[in-house]
Design a binder for this molecule. Sequence first.
Ligand SMILES: [Zn+2]
Length: 63
Amino acid sequence: MNQAQLGNPQYMEAMAMHELIHEVYGVDDEAIQVALGLTKDAKNTDNITMWLLNNCMSGPGNK
Ligand SMILES: [Zn+2]
């Protein structure tokens, strides 16, 4: 959870998508972090949400 991003509707969307990945694919946070090339850290999974925010919700990778 990234306190600075609370209230940002796109961050909320990214968080929902993060949870959806667990639901739909049945993968844990570390598997997602490896798949996205992120730092593997089960205690800090905000990097997944921020990746989604910057690559899916907005930013140059928006698709
Ligand atoms: Zn997660």
